[in-house]
Design a protein around this ligand. Structure first.
Ligand SMILES: Nc1ncnc2c1ncn2[C@@H]1O[C@H](COP(=O)(O)OP(=O)(O)OP(=O)(O)O)[C@@H](O)[C@H]1O
Ligand SMILES: [Mg+2]
Length: 350
């Protein structure tokens, strides 16, 4: 028991917490507990706080409702609507995504796009859009607001949070379009069953290295473009699609920021019209997962030892941005003071 909730089974765990299925008076709920890792800088507590703040203002059929929270408990927790189904990253990883008919995959994407627009209407940026934070297909839910941030609170220091493989090219300011960029990658992944940029081999160890690599790949147009895929690499239900047209839609989502789709709704509408166009209709019932051939990459992957934690997990903010800027200035001041002191001492020894 925790508070009035009976704890039943663990659903999943991530960098900042653990999610359990629980029950109160017969009603099933999801309880996200803060991790039991030491939290000297308070970053895990802030993650939970961010989740509570975002969920408390969001009302959307594809975003879980917030029921309760206790951030002062020995192990702080948030209670929210329980979401049925499987996490999309698992469904994609297992190939199970191809047992979901194409039209339903597109409907799921439209629902997540709509949830994302609702988030933005509240002035919030999610910052961690990826399949691992979406659960369910028939009625998918957008989850994990642990690194969500108010648009008004974005500073230069808050730009580097997220999951590297889903972050926009380096140099881009953080705003709604950062989420839309990640959404573009999710759309690709739900349609093709693999990441648009990542071939499954080892990625660099750090968030920054991965971002440098993906930025370069995008600039060079070096992603798994539909027109360049072998027939076997195309999912069965996309065999008849006009690949050039689909590629143009995706390239717009992943391309230069100023020419990207204005919002997910217009993007998904165009995707729907293209993948469910007459030429592909004879194939939409064809269940066949693609067989990937790794594409030769002109980008040499940096040789790294181990540890891909930052690529698969969300990087959480270490400290509030302002504190970070402040401590940087304190360091600069101490350095300048020491140099002046040294100079004076060498000139006028005591
Ligand atoms: N309301 C919910 N109902 C059912 N399952 C949920 C719910 N919220 C989260 N989950 C599942 O629990 C797992 C972890 O959820 P979530 O992404 O919110 O936390 P996390 O990954 O631990 O956090 P972080 O990404 O900050 O490390 C995922 O598999 C997710 O699908
Ligand atoms: Mg997560």
């Amino acid at each position: 028991m925790i508070g009035a909730y009976q704890i039943e089974a663990r659903i999943g765990s991530g960098a900042s917490g653990e999610v359990w299925r629980g029950r109160r008076e017969g009603h099933v709920v999801a309880i996200k507990f803060m991790t039991d890792q030491p939290d000297p800088s308070g970053k895990y507590r802030r993650s939970l706080q961010a989740e509570v703040e975002a969920l408390s203002v969001l009302r959307h059929p594809n975003i879980p409702r917030l029921y309760d929270a206790d951030l002062e408990a020995e192990r702080p927790y948030v209670v929210m609507q329980y979401v049925e189904g499987e996490s999309l990253d698992r469904l994609i990883g297992s190939g199970g995504i191809f047992s979901v008919p194409l039209k339903q995959r597109v409907d799921a994407l439209a629902q997540i796009g709509s949830a994302l627009m609702a988030v933005h209407r509240q002035g919030i940026i999610h910052r961690d859009i990826k399949p691992g934070n979406i659960r369910g297909v028939t009625r998918p839910f957008l989850l994990d607001f642990s690194v969500a941030i108010r648009r008004a609170e974005v500073t230069a220091e808050t730009q580097h949070i997220g999951t590297s493989l889903y972050m926009p090219p380096l140099g881009e300011a953080l705003d709604e379009h950062s989420d839309y960029f990640a959404f573009g990658l999710v759309v690709y992944e739900v349609l093709f069953g693999r990441h648009a940029l990542h071939g499954g081999d080892k990625m660099p160890a750090t968030l920054d290295e991965t971002r440098r690599l993906t930025t370069l790949q995008l600039r060079q147009g070096n992603w798994f473009r539909p027109t360049q895929l072998e027939a076997l690499e195309m999912p069965g239900d996309l065999q008849g699609v006009n690949r050039g047209r689909l590629e143009a839609l995706l390239a717009r989502a992943l391309g230069p920021r100023e020419s990207r789709w204005p919002d997910p709704a217009s993007f998904i509408q165009a995707v729907r019209e293209t993948v469910l166009a007459d030429e592909n209709l004879p194939y939409v019932e064809t269940v066949r997962a693609p067989i990937f051939n790794p594409l030769p990459s002109p980008v040499a992957r940096p040789d790294t030892a181990d540890g891909v934690a930052e690529n698969v997990e969300t990087a959480h903010p270490e400290q509030p941005a302002r504190a970070q800027v402040f401590s940087r200035w304190v360091m600069v001041a101490v350095l300048v003071f020491s140099l002046v002191w040294l100079f004076i001492m060498s000139r006028y020894p005591l």
